[in-house]
Design a binder for this molecule. Structure first.
Ligand code: HEC
Length: 157
């Protein structure tokens, strides 16, 4: 019984200690000249999909829910957001070079087509982020059209 008592004391203690590590939930400042809408053609239906399903992890406009401050949820969310922004930050699109823009437009289509994005656990909580087949097709068509509008990458690079 002693061991059970110890566990009963240890678990809440561990949970409390876990709260001490608080990952940053700050949104970096947005340079309005660098947001994707500035240099690409983003029609309202695409804008709506991106803000509903992608912006929380792929922009500097993350909406952090109240529970996102509780460890270990906070750790998972902060990790998703920092990884997500590193891969693709729609608020910093203007800082990408041509090759990167082309690659990211390809990847947007691939990721939604293969249903890898938006992240499954995110959709469990944010039901509204789920994409319909029509949303996926619209996003892919848009990404392809925007890629075609970009100047061709210089040969050999
Ligand atoms: C809950 C956070 C989250 C949401 C919401 C989300 N992503 Fe991601 N995304 C990530 C993370 C984390 C990565 C990097 C790790 C990985 O590839 O799984 C990533 C990677 C990517 C990549 C780069 C993949 C690669 O292989 O280089 C693309 C493109 C992408 N996401 C597009 C999207 C699009 C489009 C949406 C909306 C339809 C979306 N994501 C929604 C978290 C998210």
């Amino acid at each position: 019984m002693k061991i059970l008592k110890r566990i009963a004391i240890a678990i809440p203690l561990i949970l409390i200690l876990m709260q001490l590590y608080r990952p940053s939930r700050e949104n970096p400042p947005v340079d309005q000249n660098m947001v994707i809408e500035k240099s690409m053609n983003v029609p309202p239906n695409i804008q709506a999909i991106l803000s509903r399903s992608c912006d929380d992890c792929h922009s500097s406009k993350t909406v952090w829910p109240a529970y996102s401050s509780i460890a270990p949820i906070s750790w998972v969310l902060a990790h998703h957001v920092s990884e997500g922004r590193r891969e693709l930050n729609l608020s910093a699109w203007g800082t990408y070079n041509l090759r990167r823009k082309q690659r990211k437009l390809d990847e947007i289509c691939e990721q939604v087509h293969s249903k890898e994005m938006p992240v499954t656990s995110y959709v469990w909580i944010h039901h509204e982020a789920a994409l319909s087949d029509a949303d996926r097709a619209a996003l892919c068509d848009w990404a392809k059209a925007e890629k075609a509008r970009l100047p061709a990458a210089p040969a050999g690079r």
